[in-house]
Design a protein around this ligand. Structure first.
Ligand code: DLL
Length: 435
């Protein structure tokens, strides 16, 4: 089944004509309403009238996360606040998180795109959807919620955490679909197993998993322990939230990018050169219909490749392969996005702690773990009877990381000068997870 047959199966030629028309409109609009775009287009010697074909997009400069931070919080909005009905933000309150806004029509579009995702996964209004993506500033919870309601399914607004209660609801309400991060799905299955819940006997048939990298190996494992079909959903808050791309149950190889609303390019992350479709590189998105927060050529830092071969489901929208990594140092730990620089910002605010640190990410069973190893100052370390002081610092770091960034970490204070000094680009992260 296809939710919006007309737009999801548009012949490529008609789709590209629609994209061009929408692109020209959005480029005109941002140039005339958002100071940032006027400045950057002018600096690049480009004007909105230069966009005569889709490839003319390449004349326009990229937009980066740094640009979003520099214009924090609302500087890139293209409508007055009176037209904004919703705000979301990427995780992390230290450093400047990215804030995104939606008009009524943006929420409508977003809901439809998530509804398209659910239908691509084989769901109908007769399904009960257990939504365990976090509700709040994160786009996952409310994004999936509105999509489920748009479809007319029954949504259980579980949000994240409280695993025992989730397991009870899964048994009692009998949802037929579940939305959460793939690692949380495994965690649920593991805790369920330990509590004697027969996960394979639940009514669940489909899982819609995303918001973090995962692999076909993890897919097999989830499908096996839960006896469901596990499908991949992709999105990012800057572009909209969940529902930028979705795997269909027929294809199960790559996620259809909803190209009537988003233009996708792949670039070489080092040079910015546009790559031919099919080659692996960094995905760059341009929003074609967003009103409150349109983005032109946004560098996602996600590494993937486009699949242009037709799909047996009948959708004509190109697919993107699984995200295979990032071209920056962003980590996703238990579904929370965090940059080493944000952790550093917390550490430098604490007395007695040096800005020399290392992050060790691992996975124990199904749960991501993060250990922050950080040096303490000479003065503190030589004061040997200060064990209590050291413990206090550990607790403070741990609390600040939780309060400011929403992450749980094990803290290990280490001797001055024991962390290897960089001889170039500091490598702060050791990621031992084998996903
Ligand atoms: O994670 C939106 C979302 C919610 C997507 C629920 C899917 C389901 P952000 O918090 O802004 O938004 O994080 C976006 O997460 O740039 C990717 O690096 C990563 N990501 C999202 N989906 C996938 C996926 C939401 N299916 C960042 N596979 C993106 C791999 C993913 N990585």
């Amino acid at each position: 089944m296809i939710y919006n047959e007309e737009f999801e199966t548009l012949p490529r030629e008609a789709l590209e004509a629609l994209q061009l028309k929408r692109l020209q409109q959005v480029v005109q609009r941002v140039y005339h309403t958002v100071g940032f775009y006027k400045r950057t287009f002018d600096a690049a010697g480009a004007t909105p009238d230069d966009i005569r074909t889709i490839s003319d997009l390449q004349r326009l400069p990229f937009t980066t996360k740094q640009d979003l931070r520099d214009n924090y919080p609302f500087g890139l909005f293209a409508v007055p606040m009176s037209s904004v009905v919703r705000l979301h933000a990427s995780s992390g309150t230290t450093g400047r998180s990215t804030v995104v806004g939606y008009t009524h029509r943006d929420i409508e579009t977003w809901s439809e795109l998530v509804a398209r995702c659910f239908v691509a996964a084989g769901l109908t209004k007769n399904d009960i959807i257990h939504n365990a993506y976090g509700y709040g500033l994160f786009t996952g919870g409310l994004g999936a919620h509105y999509g489920a309601e748009k479809l007319g399914a029954s949504v259980i607004p579980m949000s994240g955490g409280n695993t025992k209660r989730q397991l009870m609801i899964l048994q009692d309400f009998g949802p037929t679909a579940i939305c959460c991060t793939p690692s949380y799905a495994l965690n649920l299955a593991e805790q369920g197993g330990a509590m004697g819940v027969d996960m394979r006997a639940l009514k669940l048939r489909v899982g819609i998993f995303g918001a973090e990298p995962w692999s076909d190996k993890m897919r097999d494992e989830i499908e096996n322990v839960m006896d469901i079909t596990a499908l991949n959903i992709y999105g990012l808050s800057e572009i909209m939230g969940p529902g930028v791309a979705m795997e269909c149950q027929e294809g199960r190889e790559g996620m259809h990018v909803f190209e009537d609303h988003f233009l996708v390019e792949t670039i070489d992350p080092a040079t910015g050169k546009v790559l031919p479709p099919g080659e692996t590189g960094e995905l760059v998105f341009t929003t074609l219909t967003k009103e409150a927060f349109p983005l032109i050529r946004y560098r996602t830092r996600d590494i993937s490749r486009l699949i242009t071969a037709p799909c047996r489901c009948g959708r004509t929208h190109f697919r993107m392969d699984r995200v295979e990594g990032r071209s920056d140092d962003m980590l996703i730990v238990r579904g929370v996005n965090v940059f080493p620089s944000q952790i550093e910002a917390v550490l430098v605010g604490i007395q007695g702690v040096e800005p020399h640190y290392q992050l060790i990410v691992d996975r124990e069973g199904t749960l991501d773990t993060l250990e922050v190893q950080v040096e303490v100052s000479d003065a503190l370390f030589s004061n040997a009877d200060e064990v209590r002081v050291l413990q206090k610092i550990e607790r403070r770091i741990s609390k600040d990381l939780k309060d400011y960034l929403g992450i749980t970490a094990k803290i290990k204070l280490v001797e001055p000068k024991s962390i290897q000094r960089s001889e170039g680009k500091a490598s702060r992260v050791i990621d031992k997870r084998q996903i």
